[in-house]
Design a protein around this ligand. Structure first.
Ligand SMILES: [Zn+2]
Length: 340
């Protein structure tokens, strides 16, 4: 493994908390909460993680949400992810979550926010990792559901960094959620939206113009529209790109075809992220290794994208300066080591 990537201080801005549930944890939580699983043993469950298509992936993802029942479970899940962050030298992480999946089953929404917040509190004390959560509206469940969710999130603004828009993209363009995003921004919260993963470039335009987002999640389809690329380059709107997710879900056929280098060379504010690391078998380090091996991403590109991620993060200004210094320090050490 590249020593440079292993030791690089990293920032993750696009990761769904249930997507970090390894098969062992799913098995253990199912046992604890007495949830019947459709797998004979842990080996069969591990095999299910080698899903063949989107339906199998979605089923597995839903299965994971069915075994978390308490704030303590969310805390356990968050701590496992932050432990992985610590191992991979991730110094700041912002994670997606949602309450809708759980409230629809009659579970108390507080458990999601409380469990994750407790995890981040402890992750900061134990490892110095900063960050927090960005709950998402589930776009395919519609605007009415999102309005209900917002009424809840509004009361818990102190626990969240902002709000996002996630789940099935087509045919639910961002503009459907315009009025609710106006309210969220008026409340002083940051906003992000998944756009341009399976949806075309018009979804990205809508996220920019109608939702006024601070970051675009994915956004790789921007390359289909030269005007949009120019706009993104000028505005320096951050894009949270997830390479291994894209190949796992066949959004990009092969890693060698991934447009990340083209996007970077076009002057876009690209960052690298893992999306659902347990399901795609790739945390942030593995995503970086993949694009280094297959897409011609250099160490210098990696520094640039990490700098983008720090600047695009929702950390406060002092922490951003702090992280930029840590990155600069790493770069100097690397230059000495390489004799540059
Ligand atoms: Zn995502």
């Amino acid at each position: 493994m590249s020593e440079f990537i292993r030791t690089l201080p990293k920032v993750e801005l696009h990761m769904h908390i249930e997507g970090s549930m390894e098969p062992e944890m799913l098995w253990q939580l199912a046992d604890k909460n007495k949830v019947d699983l459709p797998y004979s043993d842990i080996e069969a469950l591990r095999n299910a993680y080698q899903f063949k298509d989107l339906t199998e992936f979605v089923n597995l993802y839903i299965q994971g949400t069915e075994v978390v029942k308490t704030a303590e479970d969310f805390y356990t899940l968050t701590m496992a992810y932050l432990d992985k962050c610590h191992q991979q030298n991730i110094i700041h992480a912002e994670v997606f979550c949602d309450i809708r999946t759980y409230t629809d089953r009659g579970q108390a929404p507080e458990m999601v926010l409380e469990g994750i917040a407790q995890g981040f509190k402890e992750g900061k004390e134990r490892w110095g990792i900063t960050g927090g959560m960005l709950p998402c509206f589930i776009r395919h469940l519609g605007v009415e559901a999102a309005i209900e969710d917002w009424q809840f999130y509004q009361k818990h603004q102190d626990k969240i960094l902002g709000l996002g828009l996630a789940a099935i993209e087509v045919p639910y363009p961002p503009q459907l959620f315009q009025s609710i995003f106006d309210e969220v921004r008026d409340a002083g919260l940051k906003v992000v939206a998944h756009a341009g993963e399976e949806g075309d470039a018009s979804y990205i335009w809508s996220a920019i113009k109608d939702l006024n987002v601070d970051r675009i999640d994915h956004g790789i389809r921007c390359l289909d529209d030269a005007d949009l690329v120019n706009h993104l380059a000028q505005s320096q709107t951050p894009l949270t790109v997830c390479p291994c997710s894209n190949t796992s879900l066949n959004v990009v056929a092969d890693m060698a075809d991934h447009p990340i280098k083209t996007m970077l060379d076009a002057g876009l504010k690209v960052t690298i992220n893992s999306d659902d690391p347990a399901h795609f078998g790739a945390y942030l380090t593995e995503n970086m290794l993949a694009v280094q091996t297959h897409c011609g991403i250099t160490d210098e590109d990696m520094i640039t994208m990490t700098q983008h991620a720090i600047e695009a993060s929702f950390a406060d200004e002092a922490r951003k300066q702090d992280m930029l210094k840590i990155l600069q320090q790493h770069r100097k050490i690397d230059q000495v080591a390489m004799g540059r």
